[in-house]
Ligand binder design. Structure first.
Ligand code: MEV
Length: 388
């Protein structure tokens, strides 16, 4: 992550939009044209090339959350969301944790799985599995020859496995699982390309019929973890508050109804960063919820008191990229990534996991305190005062 000079962001929320932009420009070194992109990011003719039947552009507020320290670096976090209190909540929580070192993260490898579904014809699943085992290296090399640019960037096909699905209502089938290191890209297009191109050879070798070929959004290898801590009975949190937060955590661990909402609070933060940085937030949502459900649906975060410190941890799959796809096409996304100061998908996922943890803390802190309606009301009052 790029080192930043120390601009003061205190009272940022009380400034006007133009004052905030000035401070941001000073901190991040945005050019005049980049600052203009914050408001008018996407040109109509580019939008027309992104999807079909375009008739306009859909706008949403873009904000920055302040006070984040992630792995020792000060970070400004662009967030796009329509929901009041999210940016304020994340910034407030980040401020509390920043006094105690902020967030520490760990990022898993950029491994994505693609699936080639095969339906056995002439051979049984056992024989097919032997063929896949014998042809593994050949198929890996073939797959890599199809994505030379990815291989040049240090990624590529790293493994091939088979998952047998013996008894289904339409007979036996299998998933030929193609593991791809997608490097700095989210990787959906790359994985889909590899699966489609390899499937002919897989069908020929296994004498099976190939049905669908697509990446899996489960991305269970691409886990990013973040943790933070805050002393109990220090200036930020009383023992009573810490205990109530732990009680709310345990409630989520024991009630699926509550765990879903708890995780929605996490994703309020993660999605807002995803949207601002051009990530596929549907893939992130699908991955996060399926990961939360791997042992029965559970909270993505964990809060506990240990040695008089309230500690928070999060782990979730984050298939994100800073290279390829919309990140290179939508000019506003380049500005968001510059504001964040990230150059790698790992750095981006570290920040997103930290924001998710902070957002969850902010929600729990409000819920065990005065509730969330109060926070929402202050923005409603501002809208009313401006007659909107
Ligand atoms: C609202 O968008 C999110 C919360 O419901 C999350 C939670 O309950 O933890 C406040």
């Amino acid at each position: 992550m790029t080192e930043r000079k120390e601009t003061s962001f205190s009272g940022y929320h009380k400034k006007s939009v133009s004052e905030r932009r000035e401070i941001l420009t000073e901190e991040v070194g945005l050019s005049e044209s980049e600052t203009l992109l914050l408001e008018n990011g996407l040109e109509m003719d580019k939008a027309d090339l992104m999807i079909e039947n375009v008739i306009g552009k859909y706008e949403m507020p873009l904000a920055v959350a302040t006070n984040f320290i992630v792995d020792g670096k000060r970070i400004l976090v662009p967030m796009a969301t329509e929901e009041a209190s999210i940016v304020a909540g994340a910034s407030k929580a980040a401020k509390m944790f920043s006094r105690y070192g902020g967030f520490l993260t760990e990022v898993g490898p950029s491994l994505m799985k693609g699936q080639i579904q095969i339906i056995p014809q002439e051979l049984g699943l056992e024989s097919i599995e032997m063929i896949i085992n014998d042809s593994r290296n050949f198929l890996i090399d073939l797959g890599n020859s199809m994505v030379p640019n990815l291989v040049r960037r240090g990624g590529g096909v790293v493994g091939i496995e088979m998952t047998k699905i013996s008894a289904t209502r339409v007979g036996p089938m299998a998933s030929i699982d193609i593991w791809v290191n997608t490097g700095e890209a989210m990787g959906a297009n790359l994985v889909n390309q590899i699966c489609e191109r390899l499937s002919g050879e897989v069908g020929r070798l296994t004498k099976a019929r190939v049905n669908i070929r697509i990446l899996s959004n489960y991305s269970e290898q691409r886990i990013t973890k973040a943790k933070c801590g805050i002393p109990v009975n220090g200036e930020d949190i009383s023992e009573d508050m810490a205990n109530k937060i732990v009680e709310a955590q345990v409630f989520a661990e024991n009630s699926v109804d509550r765990a879903v909402t708890h995780n929605k609070g996490v994703l309020n933060g993660v999605d807002a960063v995803a949207l601002a940085t051009g990530q596929d937030w549907r893939a992130i949502e699908a991955g996060a919820h399926s990961y939360a459900a791997r042992f029965g649906y559970k909270p993505l975060t964990h809060w506990f008191v240990d040695n008089e410190v309230l500690r928070g941890e999060i782990g979730l799959p984050l298939a994100v990229g800073v290279f390829g796809g919309i990140t290179e096409f939508h000019p506003q996304i380049a500005v968001s990534l510059k504001v964040l100061g990230v150059k790698s998908s790992g750095e981006l996922s570290s920040i997103m996991a930290s924001v998710g943890l902070a957002q969850n803390f902010a929600a729990l802190y409000s819920l065990v305190n005065q509730g969330i309606v109060h926070g929402h009301e202050s923005l409603h009052r501002r809208k009313k005062n401006t007659g909107q």
